[in-house]
Design a protein around this ligand. Sequence first.
Ligand code: PA5
Length: 415
Amino acid sequence: RQALKSLKEGTGKGSDFLGWLNLPVEITSEQLADIEKTAAELRARTQVMVVIGIGGSYLGARAVIEALADSFHNYENTGMKVIFAGHNIGEDYYHELIHYLQNKEFGICVISKSGTTTEPAIAFRLLKELLEAKVGKEEAGKRIVAITDASKGALRTLADQEGYKTFVIPDNVGGRFSVLTPVGLLPIAIAGFDIKELVQGAIEMRKACIDDEKSIALEYAVARTALYRKGYAVELLANFNPKLHYITEWWKQLYGESEGKENKGIFPAGVDFTTDLHSMGQYIQQGVRMLMETVISVGKPHYQVQIPSDAANLDKLNFLAGKRVDEVNKMAELGTQIAHVDGGVPNMKVCMPALTAQYIGQLFYFFELACGISGSMLGVNPFDQPGVEAYKNNMFALLDKPGYEEASKAIKAKI
Ligand code: PA5
């Protein structure tokens, strides 16, 4: 409760990064309308949008889009395909992406708060060149939108110079807490999903959690912290719905980057069940007892599929005939939780009634608030990420970036 109080009063560590606490209630209908209008304009000009970004400038949008999209038809029901770049430095990935885009009407949504992150900057350089060569500089300018800082960074300078449409990431919102800013909302709107519903969900969860000293965000933060203090150093976020895979990736970043510092913090890991029960299930059941598990349980699927009867019954599955696939999945979920508790893995459960934009908005706010509370209880600044610089400095030194001459000599001597 003290941690929640310090978050609300802005008296804890990193208090200049608390803008996310009020984002859902502060975003205006004009801002949402501008995002939706821009998304509609981009959809009218393109068949494919490439969303460029990494970390907090990538995972929230992907999490929502993958959760709400058809598993096989992508987002083409809206006449639009959204794909991602700038989240890796894979040469083959970029070769294949350029090849794929060659004959497509495409546009680019480039996202970087700092405006200087290497991975998205490389992707943008490659795709901007391709787009300008394909459709000319003027049309390319109409198909590129930049989401970045209001005044700082290379992307801001470039966007202003080229006259791109831009959206601003507020100063007081860190990357991994930015899904409810244009960082998440514009790509989600481009994919054709309802951003108002998403924000509405976050508003609801905020109302339910922010002033209530018995809120579920406090309950979750307290439970995982108590377990950590008892020696459970790893938290598995488990789902039984493949559409949640990127929600887990988003959660891993949120908690890993917020808590893993000063030689402390729960290691956040993710598993997709039942898939991973056939790979990681053995370790979870009987490996080192350092695991706690949080299951995201989705109440109702959107569709119904029944298991058919089979006259020969060679697979001996007729006892399931007439049951829905989800009935089997739910029993797998319950059976797994009981097995894991019996095996010494403390188990928590977060229930979502269904996989909709509204409930995803609730889930985001719930996990963000709980993360702020947990991080404060851990005694760290949950809103910085100083450790991320180490690999960057080494990479720049190894690549002989101007200004890194001394570091370059030092690192090369180590090899
Ligand atoms: O949460 C964070 O702050 C990071 O994960 C950033 O989002 C990530 O490093 C990308 O940074 P930027 O948006 O400045 O390119």
